[in-house]
Design a protein around this ligand. Structure first.
Ligand SMILES: [Zn+2]
Length: 361
């Protein structure tokens, strides 16, 4: 064979690379026409996700994590071989690019187009903004409800709530919480529980992440090293990704909503205090003095739960967390979330405006 002839693997790679402009065109189109996304992509996504959720739920560990581990090893071997062997480098490089294009295509087909769904506030016909008055009113009410929820579990307002559940118990509770008909104007359809403890919990802690969805297998992983108090909202957040709510802030809103609506008092407590943290943060940004006054009304036990969670992350804080947050922020920016990881006050907008229309608690 002439050495300038294209090998079969190079031809395959070029085919996958040629799919890229098509995907970018679709993204551009869906961004302008989110109704077309709902019409053509969403039913496909729901069908394929349901199939994936059922087919992998029985596995006690995350097959997606095993796949990631193999991928890292394979990449390391590939880089080593590329450096060591000089023969046929161009073909091998094109094959590698083709593999990346295939990976990216699968990512978009299985999951990525969800980033172009119509924003949740528009779907729910809610404003994406709120006045300071509305925020203060909402937060005052939320403090009262969160304090009452706290005292429904512990006897004394200075005690932190001690969560003592097994992983599977908590996973089942979150699954049950998703079955509540009051969760959304249209009930969320989570067909089967498929939440798994991450096999990568330690590196995840150093990277500063509490959980993630594997877009290829649809398994939801949570960092099991985190204090249990954070498990319910993290699991509920990842489940919302499984259902196609791709954006971080929308997933956080759904996590709060589902946990607050739960009949289980520990989940409700986790959801209320999760929502409270967002609204107090926003009060702080707008009026630090008022923040101090309002914080004084929050039960000391709740603050202790916040501290446990903060102390956990401080223990692992380091350069890897900063680097990972930077990478993830750029990933979000590349996926239609222009503010990257710093988009969280939109969560408060959803909470405040949802409460005014549908009564969150
Ligand atoms: Zn997320």
């Amino acid at each position: 064979m002439n050495r300038y002839n294209l090998s079969k693997s190079t031809k395959t790679a070029l085919f996958f690379l040629s799919l890229l402009p098509l995907q970018w065109g679709l993204m551009w189109w869906f961004n302008l026409h989110p109704d077309d996304l709902e019409l053509y992509y969403s039913p496909f996504f729901e069908a394929i996700s349901t199939l994936q959720l059922y087919s992998l739920a029985w596995l006690p560990f995350s097959i997606g994590d095993v796949f990631y581990l193999f991928l890292v090893i394979w990449l390391a071997v590939l880089i080593y071989r590329f450096i060591k062997f000089k023969r046929n480098r161009l073909n091998r490089f094109i094959s590698f690019l083709g593999f990346c294009a295939l990976f990216y295509t699968l990512f978009n087909v299985f999951w990525g187009f969800n980033y172009y769904r119509r924003p949740l506030n528009q779907q729910l016909q809610l404003s994406s903004d709120y006045s300071t008055e509305a925020l203060v009113e909402f937060t005052c009410e939320l403090i009262e409800v969160a304090n009452a929820s706290h005292l429904s579990i512990v006897e004394n307002d200075t005690s932190a709530v001690n969560f003592n559940f097994s992983k599977s118990e908590m996973q089942n509770l979150v699954f049950e919480a998703y079955q509540e008909p009051s969760n959304f104007p249209n009930k969320l359809n989570y067909p089967t529980e498929n939440i798994k403890s991450s096999l990568l919990s330690l590196p995840l802690s150093y990277a500063g992440f509490s959980g993630y969805l594997n877009p290829f297998t649809k398994e939801a992983q949570f960092n099991s090293l985190m204090p249990q108090y954070k498990w319910p909202t993290t699991m509920a957040h990842e489940v919302s990704h499984q259902l196609g709510f791709a954006k971080e802030n929308e997933a956080n809103f759904i996590a709060a909503l589902v946990c607050i609506n739960s009949k289980h008092k520990y989940l409700r407590y986790a959801g209320l205090t999760f929502a409270l943290k967002y609204s107090l943060n926003d009060i702080y940004k707008r009026d630090p003095e008022l923040f101090k006054v309002m914080l004084a009304d929050v039960n000391e036990g709740i603050i202790k739960n916040y501290k446990t969670s903060r102390q956990f992350w401080e223990k692992y804080r380091g350069p890897s967390e900063v680097i990972m947050k930077q990478i993830y922020g750029n990933f979000l920016k590349a996926n239609n979330q222009p503010k990257g990881i710093e988009t969280y006050s939109y969560v408060t907008a959803l909470l405040v405006n949802y409460h005014n229309t549908y009564q969150l608690f």
